[in-house]
Design a protein around this ligand. Structure first.
Ligand code: FES
Ligand SMILES: [Fe+2]
Length: 343
């Protein structure tokens, strides 16, 4: 008996199966407590400030003259000018409208005409870090997990960092959910695995999943990819290992530019050049190879991600890892401490 005949004999009603939904970013005014990239390090030089959209509002990223980067809410507590239109003065950001100055922690230290700074005059300061060529901000009061290091020190590595355009019309966690999605890795990305199941290989923590991937690209016709891959929080994918004779380290990191909108960044690394022209060429070749690989993976995903209404529904045994990850995202701590400031 076919499935169709079995269904008919049971006189089954057509009901769309749905699992418990995963809350969207911004639902009930809350966002997942994850480390989100907010810009490339190279976009904010010493003494520069730039404005960016983040969560459901606006932030500024500024680098003081000593090189320290801060991520603050964008709107001045005086009359609401966007501090991205201001400038950096020493270790402070100065508002362009009336020249109030704020320190790296977001406290007003000085007003333009010498009135004492009101005690309540402050910006929201995000916990931030600069890593792998990106500036990252944590959504939440206290970062309860860290962006992991690679097994090699960052100083030993050379990174090439860039944007992928256009932005994707989904939340970052939807993009993350592709990594534990075993069926899609085979169907969309044409990976041929040397191992049968995915779920049993995964090491889970309260905020991440990692596993050793052993696969060949192009349905087994392409090069081997033996790498440690993982998803961290709701906002980035990481991979490191051997590919085509090179040690590689790659992130695709997902900036939450607005609810339901993800800007993808690539941070692609390999061991730093020894300074010789041959080794410079090796680094450039590896960066190019990684960029083309990352680009082709995101390009494979685009037709799906540009039109999907991500709805966990009926699943099969191959979806076990995906179901586990979606459960993690569903229960992920959510908050929005900066809500009053970035809007
Ligand atoms: S609005 Fe910023 S100093 Fe007045
Ligand atoms: Fe994918």
């Amino acid at each position: 008996m076919t499935t169709k005949e079995a269904a008919a004999s049971l006189d089954r009603k057509r009901v769309r199966p749905r699992s418990t939904p995963v809350p969207a970013e911004g639902e009930n005014g809350l966002f997942t407590e994850s480390w989100f990239p907010v810009c490339l390090s190279s976009e904010v030089g010493p003494g520069q400030v730039i404005g960016r959209q983040f969560l459901d509002g606006r932030i500024v990223v500024f680098r003081d003259e000593t090189g320290l980067v801060s991520v603050l809410s964008a709107y001045c507590p005086h009359l609401g000018a966007d501090l991205a239109a201001g400038k950096v003065v020493g270790t402070r950001i100065q508002c362009g409208f009336h020249h109030w100055e704020f320190d790296a922690d977001g406290w007003c230290e000085k007003t333009g005409l010498g009135d004492p700074p009101p005690a309540s005059a402050c910006l929201y300061r995000f916990h931030s870090v600069e890593k792998f060529g990106l500036v990252w901000a944590f959504n939440g009061e206290d970062p309860w997990w860290e962006i992991p290091d690679y097994p090699k020190a960052e100083e030993e590595l050379a990174f090439s960092v860039s944007y992928d355009v256009p932005a994707l019309p989904v939340d970052p966690w939807v993009v993350c959910a592709n990594t534990p999605d075993w069926q899609h890795l085979k169907a969309v990305h044409r990976l041929n695995f040397d191992h049968e199941w995915l779920y049993d290989r995964i090491d889970w923590t309260d905020h991440s999943m990692e596993y050793d991937l052993e696969a060949r690209l192009d349905q087994g016709e392409g090069p081997a990819l033996n790498a440690r891959v993982g998803i961290y929080g709701t906002s980035f994918f990481r991979l490191y290992g051997e590919f085509m004779g090179q040690w590689i380290a790659a992130l695709t990191a997902f900036h939450l530019v607005a609810p339901g909108r993800t800007q993808v960044y690539y941070s692609l690394g390999t061991t730093r050049s020894d300074g010789s022209p041959e080794d410079d060429a090796r680094v450039a070749m590896t960066h190019d190879l990684l960029f083309r690989l990352g680009k082709s993976i995101v390009t494979d995903d685009r037709p799906i991600l540009h039109s999907i209404r991500y709805t966990p529904g009926v699943m099969t045994r191959s979806d076990r890892a995906l179901a586990h990850y979606l459960g993690m995202v569903r229960d992920f701590p959510r908050s929005h401490e900066s809500a009053d400031f970035i809007n």
